[in-house]
Design a protein around this ligand. Structure first.
Ligand code: PHE
Length: 339
């Protein structure tokens, strides 16, 4: 039974070798070595004839069993290689912690815009959205700033061609809103992007957001503006805040004011307010009669107030942001703090 023992040994070592097979190429080598026509199994079987007749039958059966077993093992290994290649026996480990989905968040500016819209809406203001690309006529001319007016220097302008420009402020929306509402009274805010041809610095960006406010009707005075703005400032920045008006100049308002809000230091004086206790947050005034007329209203019948504030500069002190360039620099380390 030497041959039967050899066959058994061959079967075991072949199966062990198959365990170590990890690729199609190794499997083919294994097949050639053990199962092929000139392989080890075939060679062992060719010795069956040397056996005495009474042993030959049992040894032959053992040889056939070994051959079947190796053939099956070969097919199994080939199948599992195919499966592995197709990723079919990739297992899911249900105990692994999940991967949280990446969620977005509203940009700091957007949050402040929404909050401002909400506050003004409670005071009866409607959002009126207008063009970002404007005509020279609306951005300047109809706002009482004719072509040679020195006040044009207040707005460094990005022109698209002789007639079109990127609006330098939301004030041209005043004309559009008045023309849309006239002769009805109106109370609107106009939030939007503005562009200026600026040297970018910690204080100035070439693109920023403004919120314009405009009310036209009977009995509107500078005191109305003061009341509205103080209510806004207190809801936006805290009930302890006060505002003050300082005389100023804009071609489209008369009289014109700068609106200041008390600083976070509550008048003690800090670096932000340069020791004054006040922060400038908006321009404003009574709508100039010429502008009312350009909007279609009769200045002897109605009056109006208007204001325009830069959103970024308004919220910078609130979060201790000391450089306006952070807003649109797309640095996630900055943005995520407010998401
Ligand atoms: N449009 C002015 C600016 O951008 C601000 C302003 C708006 C002033 C409305 C008065 C009235 O500087």
């Amino acid at each position: 039974m030497v041959l039967a023992e050899d066959l058994d040994e061959l079967r075991r070592s072949a199966l062990a070798a198959l365990e170590a097979v990890g690729s199609e190429r190794e499997l083919e080598e294994w097949r050639v070595r053990y199962l092929a026509r000139r392989g080890e199994l075939a060679r062992a079987m060719s010795r069956l004839g040397e056996l005495p007749a009474e042993e030959r039958r049992a040894a032959g059966q053992a040889a056939n069993r070994a051959k079947d077993e190796l053939q099956q093992a070969y097919e199994g290994a080939a199948e599992s290689l195919r499966r592995r290649a197709a990723g079919a026996d990739h297992q899911v480990d249900v105990t692994l912690p999940g991967v949280p989905p990446v969620t977005g968040g509203l940009h700091l500016t957007r949050q402040a815009l929404y909050e401002s819209v909400r506050i003004f809406a409670h005071m009866g203001f409607t959002v009126f959205e207008t063009n970002e690309v404007e005509t020279d006529e609306l951005n300047f001319g109809l706002l009482n700033i004719p072509p040679d007016h020195p006040a044009r220097d207040m707005w460094d302008t990005l022109y698209i061609d002789d007639e079109l420009l990127l609006r330098t402020h939301t004030s041209p929306g005043q004309i559009r809103a008045m023309r849309a509402y006239c002769p009805e009274p109106l109370r609107v805010i106009l939030p939007g992007k503005c562009h200026r041809y600026e040297a970018v610095s910690a204080r100035a960006e070439s693109m920023f957001y403004q919120i314009e406010g405009l009310a036209v009707g009977h009995g509107i005075t500078l005191a109305s503006l003061k009341g509205v703005f103080e209510a806004y400032a207190q809801q936006m920045f805290g009930p302890e805040r006060r505002i003050r008006f300082r005389g100023s100049y804009f071609p489209f308002t008369e009289p014109s004011v700068e609106i200041d809000i008390t600083c976070h230091c509550m008048g003690r004086g800090c670096a932000l307010c340069k020791g004054t206790g006040w922060l400038e947050i908006s321009g404003g005034g009574m709508v100039h009669p010429v502008v009312l007329e350009n909007g279609g209203y009769d200045p002897s019948d109605v009056t109006g107030f208007a204001f325009g504030m830069g959103i970024e500069r308004t919220i910078m002190p609130r979060h201790g942001i000391d450089d306006i360039r952070y807003f649109y620099g797309n640095d996630l380390r900055f943005l995520r703090q407010f998401a």
